[in-house]
Design a protein around this ligand. Structure first.
Ligand SMILES: NC(=O)c1ccc[n+]([C@@H]2O[C@H](COP(=O)([O-])OP(=O)(O)OC[C@H]3O[C@@H](n4cnc5c(N)ncnc54)[C@H](O)[C@@H]3O)[C@@H](O)[C@H]2O)c1
Length: 250
């Protein structure tokens, strides 16, 4: 991978996004790590900077377009034009469909789907100018197989897959690839929160149902991001790259 390409990772202060940010930083890329968790951002940003990485951290809510635009202006100013975007920020919650309120539904769609729209659309001018870009969205197996008590989450993530495929076709002629990774079970604070709330089985129980019998790690997802962002993946677009231990094969 050519180093020095500016990377944006949303939801980069925790779990998968943090693993992806660490990977790109270790490969020599300047990384803008965006998240709503200010303390975690500063802590993780300081750790990466101490290792010599060029890191910009910003508190950003991906559902707020103005906040994304203002942050991207700072990214361009401090790091340079955006070349690689990993639209990873997301929320999840287990809730029976009958209990999903209009507000709950709207918040899920605002963050998990419209947040990806903002994150990607605002970065595209740089990629179009450069005639090169890599967009990776993080969707979910919930969009592929469905997930009980996660109808709003599954629907928003299915939207992310549809958005990814449409953009792949629209920008294929401009050196920009657009792919999605739908994790199944990755050991992160999100998974831990689901287990603590009783809406997600313990990881060791789920692992028994995964052909490769372990939960995924942020590093597993980061390795796929490294590939999709590489020059070697210039002929790969519109794909759903399921990094999931074989849990869903489709
Ligand atoms: N962990 C899994 O098993 C799993 C499975 C399928 C899909 N995913 C997806 O992977 C992505 C990362 O999840 P994770 O497991 O690392 O969870 P996580 O909770 O550890 O990390 C998600 C990060 O996104 C941030 N975030 C939440 N809302 C935000 C907003 N509005 N603006 C900016 N940042 C925001 C959080 O603060 C957090 O740091 C999510 O999109 C999630 O839906 C995870």
């Amino acid at each position: 991978m050519v180093a020095n390409r500016v990377v944006v990772v949303t939801g980069g202060a925790s779990g998968i996004g943090l693993g992806v940010s660490k990977m790109f930083a270790a490969k020599g890329h300047p990384v803008a790590v965006l998240d709503v968790q200010e303390e975690a951002l500063e802590r993780e940003g300081d750790t990466l900077r101490a290792q010599g990485a060029r890191i910009l951290t910003r508190k950003v809510d991906v559902s707020d377009r103005n906040s994304i635009e203002a942050t991207y202006a700072a990214v361009r100013e401090e790091l340079g034009p955006i070349a690689i975007v990993v639209a990873n920020a997301g929320i999840s919650e287990g809730i029976r469909f009958q209990d999903v309120t209009v507000e709950t539904w709207q918040r899920m769609v605002d963050i998990n789907l419209t947040g990806v729209f903002h994150t990607v659309q605002a970065a595209l001018p740089d990629m179009i100018d450069a005639n090169w870009g890599r967009i990776i969205t993080i969707s979910s197996q919930a969009a592929q197989s469905g997930a009980a008590d996660r109808a709003h989450y599954s629907a928003a993530k299915a939207g992310v897959i549809g958005l990814t495929r449409a953009l792949a076709r629209e920008f294929a002629g401009q050196g920009i690839t657009v792919n999605t990774i739908p994790p199944s079970v990755v050991a992160t604070p999100m998974a831990e929160a689901g287990i603590a709330a009783g809406t997600f089985p313990p990881l060791e129980v789920i692992a028994q149902h995964i052909p490769i019998p372990r939960p995924g790690t942020p590093d597993d997802i980061a390795a796929a991001c490294e590939y999709l962002a590489s020059d070697g993946a210039s002929y790969v677009t519109g794909q759903v790259l399921a990094v999931n231990g074989g849990m869903f094969i489709g």
